[in-house]
Ligand binder design. Structure first.
Ligand code: NDP
Length: 332
């Protein structure tokens, strides 16, 4: 087995030299345990943000889809697939029946979703998919006819949020980092408007795209753009604060932006959330998202990197915006 161990805190962009790849001998399986081999590893923005809270050296965290290659547990036979937070490692032994702490996401058996790839269990049918489903429905509570704005709109979570908002009958405006991504949002996913935040005048473009102003804002990026959007909201607007990727790699202190006047005068409801708030409803999100895929209402795209040795490259890919949709690494 091989695993990534983080040995240095990230300074700016993550570097290969922040990690060591370590060989590990795995023990014999005990009753109830399974041995899995990673097929797809996930790279997610939270990896960049969270590692600061860990004592070093530490095993790198992250979700994976893995194949059961040895089993002493009848519910997980050899050849079946599971998804779990095993981290950046090739092989893992675990006991699926061991109780989890509250809020820790469950190990899940990946159902047969062919012709769709099993890697969807890391994306649209996994953690990012449930982030979109619960974050939008529970925090923003959009109603038909309302205007929903999303930043990070071409990514795993954002592209999904926009499509759910369209299913609910909303007007949807997305912000993304290239003209190609904006084209994809409008032509493939049915967004009403998409704005390239790197080239547009944000305020003017937002006014043109959302003449009735903004009722719901799904915030994936934070920073100045969020200030502009929140200042352009309707009274009693709802803001789901999902992430703040614009600051994750920032070595300098972010510029202070005063959001409070917009929050007070528009009487906004602003709520941060972590998707594991809904671990007890996990299957509901997965089932709904799968149903929408099967009905052709929810589309997905994946950015597939190849090779266990390319994990850092893939992580930097999402931080730089190389991906449209969910980025995953196919291990071999
Ligand atoms: P994405 O697939 O969206 O990948 C990240 C994207 O962020 C990139 O493709 C890039 O797109 C964009 N980005 C990078 N740097 C910046 C920047 N400086 N300003 C604006 N956009 C930038 O990732 P996810 O969909 O997995 O995650 C999206 C957000 O949701 C993140 O903030 C993440 O931390 C958060 N999240 C929160 C969860 C929760 O429980 N609260 C769970 C899962 C995710 P572009 O080309 O458009 O710049």
């Amino acid at each position: 087995a091989q695993k990534y161990v983080l040995t240095k805190y990230f300074q700016g962009e993550p570097k290969e030299s922040d990690f060591k790849i370590v060989e590990e001998e795995l023990p014999e399986l005990k009753n109830g345990e399974i041995l899995t081999q990673a097929e797809y590893l996930s790279v997610d923005p939270y990896m960049r943000a969270y590692m600061i809270g860990y004592k070093l050296p530490t095993d790198m965290i992250g979700g994976q889809v893995a194949k059961v290659i040895d089993s002493r547990n009848d519910k997980y036979p050899v050849g079946s697939y599971v998804t779990d937070s095993y981290g950046w490692r090739t092989h893992t032994i675990c006991d699926p029946n061991k109780p989890r702490l509250p809020g820790v996401m469950p190990l899940t058996r990946v159902p047969d979703i062919s012709p769709h790839p099993i890697s969807l269990a890391l994306g649209v049918l996994g953690m990012p998919g449930n982030t979109a489903y619960f974050g939008l429905n529970e925090i923003c509570q959009p109603k038909a006819g309302e205007t929903v704005v999303i930043t990070g709109a071409a990514g795993a979570v954002g592209s999904h949020v926009g499509q759910i908002a369209k299913i609910l009958g909303c007007r949807v405006v997305g912000f993304a980092g290239s003209d190609e991504k904006c084209d994809y949002l409008i032509k493939e996913l049915g967004f009403d408007h998409a704005i390239n935040y790197k080239t547009a005048n944000i305020q003017a473009a937002l006014k043109a795209a959302a003449p009735n102003r903004v009722d719901c804002y799904f915030d994936n990026v934070g920073g100045e753009i969020s200030h502009t959007i929140m200042s352009y909201m309707n009274k009693y607007g709802r803001v789901a604060v999902c992430g703040s990727i614009s600051s994750y790699n920032d070595l300098k202190l972010p510029k202070v932006t005063i959001m409070q006047p917009a929050i007070v005068f528009k009487e906004l409801k602003v709520e941060g959330f972590l998707v594991n708030r809904w671990t007890h409803r996990w299957d509901e999100g997965i089932d709904m998202n799968l149903k929408w895929i099967q009905e052709g209402k929810l589309k997905y795209k994946e950015e597939v990197y190849h090779g266990f040795e390319n994990m850092v490259k893939a992580l930097n890919g999402i931080l730089r915006g190389e991906n449209t949709g969910k980025a995953v690494v196919k291990v071999n």
